[in-house]
Design a protein around this ligand. Structure first.
Ligand code: ZN
Ligand code: ZN
Length: 293
């Protein structure tokens, strides 16, 4: 029933998510943006359903209105909203109890004005992964807890980065995982793959380094996601840690191991060759979208 799960958003768990909702900048979320255009116009809101661990919860989806003449370049912001006492908010506080406890303790120790800026430390962060379903008004939520991250980290610590990326890019699941860890790592693998697939759609399977879609001529779609900070070490599957490149460039990068300069969006190879990203629809943009929370 819920097999058409397209990527909508990965949200870090914060106070707002645990109480009132999530804001989603839609610019780089290809399938979600497409479906939302038919479902909700700017300024409109509708009741929606959120599925967590097989159970359905009610919430509201709002396409936030803003002055288009004043902010012509501003990205659409969708908001999933719920009441702090609603079943969904209570369920989220229950699942993400680690983040909830941390933020609660921090909030009690500081002044009002700073309360909204509390971030969970990097190694303790938890995430909500949001996907579409076959129903326009229903979304699937995967909760990635601290325990899930720890289990995944242990499992993939000694894996080869390129092999891991191949399994994500081509959808091969890990046969070495035990049954207990499989469920936890599957959520993270699924999210990594979903973010990569979304970026492939965003670039229409073109390589960000050479600008080519080498598979187009053969009427197939082949492009690969590469993690700037190796995933097996960083466990960072955020869009701003992924680039979409052709298999040739991917092989070369893993073999030659160039340094990536984020500010210049350039790979510097040991022999002096410098290669700049020629297509960028998400690396520089992502920085601004992220700051809107
Ligand atoms: Zn290329
Ligand atoms: Zn790679």
């Amino acid at each position: 029933m819920l097999d058409e799960n397209y990527y909508v958003y990965k949200k870090e768990v914060d106070w707002s998510l645990l109480h009132e909702g999530v804001g989603i900048p839609v610019t780089i979320q290809v399938v979600f943006q497409h479906s939302i255009n038919q479902f909700l116009s700017r300024g409109q809101s509708k009741n929606i359903y959120l599925v967590i661990e097989g159970k359905t919860y009610k919430a509201e989806l709002k396409n936030q209105k803003f002055d288009e003449r004043k902010y012509p370049n501003r990205t659409d912001i969708m908001q999933i909203r719920y009441n702090p006492q609603s079943d969904i908010a209570q369920k989220l506080r229950n699942i993400f109890s680690s983040s909830y406890q941390y933020i609660l303790e921090q909030r009690n120790a500081i002044f009002d004005k700073q309360k909204k800026f509390i971030n969970v430390p990097k190694e303790q962060k938890e995430y909500l992964a949001i996907y579409t379903t076959v129903y326009a008004d229903t979304y699937l939520l995967d909760c990635i807890t601290r325990e899930d991250t720890i289990a995944t980290k242990e499992q993939i610590a000694h894996e080869d980065e390129q092999e891991y990326e191949t399994s994500i890019n081509y959808g091969l699941m890990d046969s070495k995982a035990t049954i207990e860890t499989a469920c936890q790592t599957t959520k993270i693998r699924k999210l990594s793959r979903a973010i990569g697939d979304n970026l492939k759609l965003l670039y229409d399977y073109r390589c960000q380094l050479c600008g080519q879609n080498i598979s187009e001529r053969y009427e197939v779609a082949v492009a690969e996601s590469h993690h700037i900070d190796p995933f097996v070490e960083s466990l960072n599957n955020n869009a701003d840690n992924q680039i979409i490149i052709c298999p040739n460039h991917h092989r070369i990068i893993h073999r030659a191991n160039p340094v990536f300069y984020r500010g210049k969006l350039t790979f510097a190879y040991k022999n002096g060759v410098e290669e700049r990203i020629v297509l960028d629809r998400h690396l520089s943009r992502h920085r601004t979208a992220g700051s809107m929370g």
